[in-house]
Design a protein around this ligand. Sequence first.
Ligand SMILES: [Zn+2]
Ligand SMILES: [Zn+2]
Length: 288
Amino acid sequence: MAVALTAVEPFAERRRRVSELRTRNGFARQLLDFYGALLGVQETAFADAGSSPPAAEALGAYVAEVVVPSVVDVSVAAGPDRLRGDLMSRLAAEEPRGIVERWMRGDDQPPIDRYLARASLGPVLEALGHDARSACGGPRDARHCPECGGPPQLAFFALAKDDLATGPRYLVCARCAATWGYPRITCAACGEDASTRLRIFSEHGTTSGERGSVVRGLPNGGVTAEHRAFFPHMRIEACESCRRYLLSVDLAVDPAAVPLVDEMAAIPLDLFAREQGFSKITPNLMGF
Ligand SMILES: [Zn+2]
Ligand SMILES: [Zn+2]
C-alpha cells in the first residue's frame, strides 16, 4: 500500500541524513552544519507554501518576499565568511526578485545568485507541484526535468523490486528535486551511450563489470586505518565526449542514503573529478 508523504517528510529525512553524515564524514562537517541550519528555513518555506500557495505567475515575487529574507539571515548567521560577504554585496546591488526569476528562467548567473535563488525557490517548488514548476523555463527533454525543465543534479539507483535485478536509474532535478527515469549507461549531459566513452570512478574501483577506476587522494589516502570507505555507495559518472560528470548514489549499497544530502557531502569525489579535467553538469547548492 502506498503511504502518503506528510508535509515535512522530505526535510525530516534530509535532517536525519545530515546528522548521520556529519559524524561519519568529518571533512564535510562545517558544510553539513550550515546545510542543516538552512534545512530548517527551507522546511518552513515548504510548509508555508503548501498551506497557502501563491499563484504560479506570482512565484518570483512571493519567493523574494517570503523566503529570501530568512535564507539570507541563516546564511549570514551560519554560512562561511565568503558567502556572507558575497550575499551582502549582491543584495546591495540587485533586487532578490530578479535573482530568483533568472534562476526560474534558467539564465546564466554568478554562483552567489544561483545559491540564493536555489535555496529560496527549491522548497517552494517542491511544495507546489506541477503548475508552479511549469512556470519555469528550460527544455523538456530526456536530460532535463519533465516538471520544470531544470538540469540534473545527480543520479541514483533505486532499490530493485526483487533481489536479482539491479535497481532503475533516476536523475534528480537541481531546481525542484523531482526525479525522472534515465537509461543506465548514458551520459546525462550529452546523451553519449558508447560505453567506451563513459568513465566510472569509485573508491573501490570497478563495479560489476563496468569500466571503472579507483579514486585516489581521498582523506587518509582514500581508505582509513580501519579500511572503511567513505563513499562505498557512490561513484563519479563521467563522459569523455562532453567532459562533464555527475555523482551517483546507489541505494542498494546504502539504503539509508538520501541522494541530495549524500551528493552534497561527497566533496572529495568532486575534487577528484575536477582533477581529471571533468566539470559537473550542475554544481550543487553548496557550489561543489
Ligand atoms: Zn525540476
Ligand atoms: Zn557526455
